[in-house]
Design a protein around this ligand. Structure first.
Ligand code: FES
Length: 567
């Protein structure tokens, strides 16, 4: 393989320049404490870390960045650590989704503007993975991804606690009077007991697994728990590998192809992964210039069973998944469905990387003849209520509600829902369809509000699921018969804006349809009377986002295709 010379590297234009500009760059790198032996002739590698005290999932990244840098030094590179916006899920309001594209642009421009030859991206908490990969795909320099790794299994009084999933599940039990306030409080310190991202198959575990499937990580990297010493070994190996990537000039465009995205879709389904997966994959594909649509998921959904028995679709957590062999073991199970010639960042094909992958627990990573669910976890629906599409996670829904027709109860936004959901005046029963609107990309920045709570009155009667529909997202850790991402959203006048209390709504997962049973004549009347109700966005970024963001079916991207303005 031809290797680059130092004079061909980008960084040499800064540091080897004989003129005044070079003088200033060398003067300033000396100011930072480096001598010429540290950087001369060495690839300059950005270590882009999303460490923040406002992001507990990445609280180990300071230490882990040192492991990455150790690897870079050992391989003859020159590491430079760069902080990037962290997007920690627990605290950012209304949602980190509002900032995914801001981080994507930050990564892209940090690479474009600085004397860097390659980059190690450190992310994991939900949006950080797609955002950083979007930036890397747009800039196309040699890139490797260090996933933050899942946190350890939560444990409480003999139960395992899965991030998000069990906070919601046990809250329902609290509301139903089955546990006490004191018991629920005890769980606060038992669920998240180490660094690392959510250990359910939420968006973080899903997206880091998809990054590995696409070849952005070293084999097996995505499943290693954050506090495990093997996570440190993986981080320093990434540091060593990225230096070779630069000399080999192996860029994302050399190994990311339509097959990489198809493989990612298949693995997403086999994982029973997050409903956020399709949005992020479509957005990443746009950055890579590869066509990908919601319909593409339906084309394969029936052919891919859910094999990962991980909450919220299953019973176990990511630590169990790692012990069972992790993502390589799962991919080996569906190898005949994957394009094994796809290249990866270690310079080998997926086939070569999967050689020797073993499964150590058939209950955690199920065999094909005993799946968690016989069909893929996520399907796209269309119909009069969602002309451009919406999605449902079938593997986390109730079988009896997948074909359902019921009367709508409409909430204008989350505040309205929380104010009225438990009102005795609302005649809601278990067959009602709860409708939430004005939560789409333009309306509220696409928060994870789609899993509306079941009214207390029904919880006490034993009801644990109902059909809920919205233009919002939901956390990948959430569950239930929840239809999401309705496009076009209500804030731009989609049919969801026209639904009224008592309208009949039909969910037909088999037929891939979501139908509002109201005559076109009546809808036209309502359309003429409709006025947008979403609040004016606050601040410069939120204003820009609302003006430029696309709908969910095209990845909810901000100017993701600048040249064509196509989304
Ligand atoms: Fe960070 Fe769930 S809160 S991954």
């Amino acid at each position: 393989m031809p290797r680059k010379t130092y004079n061909e590297l980008r960084s040499s234009q800064w540091f080897a320049d004989p003129g005044k500009a070079g003088f200033i760059h060398r003067e300033r790198i000396a100011q930072a404490g480096y001598s010429k032996e540290d950087y001369e002739g060495r690839p300059a590698i950005g270590v882009f870390s999303t460490w923040s005290e406002l992001n507990p999932c990445h609280i180990h990244f300071r230490e882990r960045a040192e492991d990455v840098k150790r690897g870079i030094w050992a391989a003859g590179g020159f590491p430079l650590e760069v902080p990037c916006m962290s997007l920690g899920e627990p605290y950012m309001k209304p949602t980190t989704m509002l900032y995914r594209d801001l981080l994507a642009m930050e990564v892209e421009e940090n690479l474009r503007a600085h004397p860097l030859d390659g980059v190690v991206l450190m992310g994991g908490c939900d949006k950080t993975t797609p955002a950083m990969l979007m930036g890397a795909l747009a800039m196309d320099l040699p890139t490797i991804f260090v996933p933050s790794g899942p946190m350890l299994t939560g444990r409480w009084r003999g139960h395992t606690l899965g991030s998000g999933t069990d906070a919601s599940r046990w809250y329902d039990e609290l509301k139903a009077g089955n546990i006490t306030e004191a018991q629920y409080k005890e769980m606060e310190t038992a669920g998240a007991r180490s660094a690392g991202h959510c250990q359910t198959m939420g968006t973080a575990s899903t997206m880091t697994s998809l990054a590995e499937t696409m070849g952005f990580t070293l084999p097996g990297a995505a499943s290693i728990p954050a506090p495990d010493s093997r996570h440190r070994h993986m981080a320093s190996a990434c540091g060593r590998r990225v230096v070779d990537l630069v000399w080999e000039d192996l860029k994302p465009s050399d190994f990311i192809t339509p097959a990489s995205f198809r493989n990612a879709m298949i693995v997403l389904l086999a994982l029973g992964g997050s409903t956020n997966g399709p949005i992020h994959l479509i957005a990443m594909a746009k950055r890579a210039g590869i066509p990908l649509e919601l319909e593409d998921f339906n084309a394969i959904a029936d052919a891919v069973p859910v094999l990962a028995n991980i909450k919220p679709s299953g019973e176990y957590l990511m630590e169990d998944f790692f012990d069972a062999g992790g993502l390589p073991a799962l991919m080996a199970r569906i190898a005949d469905r994957l394009d094994l010639n796809a290249q990866t960042v270690n310079g080998r094909t997926l086939k070569e990387n999967l050689e020797g992958a073993e499964n150590f627990n058939d209950d955690v990573i199920r065999p094909l003849d005993n799946p968690v669910s016989p069909r893929g976890g996520i399907v796209a629906l269309k119909g009069s209520l969602a002309p451009d599409g919406c999605i449902i996670k079938v593997s986390a829904a109730s079988e009896r509600l997948l074909q359902h027709r019921g009367k709508a109860f409409v909430f204008e936004d989350r505040e309205d829902a929380f104010a009225r959901l438990n009102s005795d005046e609302l005649d809601i029963d278990e067959n009602s369809v709860l409708v939430l609107r004005n939560c789409g990309p333009v309306g509220r920045g696409l928060p994870e509000w789609g899993m509306l709570p079941i009214p207390d009155r029904l919880l006490k009667k034993g009801v644990r699921d109902m059909v809920r529909i919205s233009d919002a997202r939901m956390s990948g850790t959430h569950f239930g018969t929840v239809v999401l991402h309705i496009s076009p959203e209500s804030a731009v006048g989609g049919p969801l804006a026209l639904v009224q209390d008592g309208d009949e709504i039909e969910l037909d997962v088999k037929g891939r349809a979501l139908t509002l049973h109201v005559s076109e004549e009546e809808l036209e009347k309502r359309r003429n009377a409709w006025k947008p109700v979403h609040p004016e966005p606050e601040g410069y970024w939120r204003g820009l986002y609302a003006a430029r963001v696309s709908q969910c079916d095209t990845g909810a991207c901000v100017d993701c295709n600048f040249a064509e303005r196509s989304c």
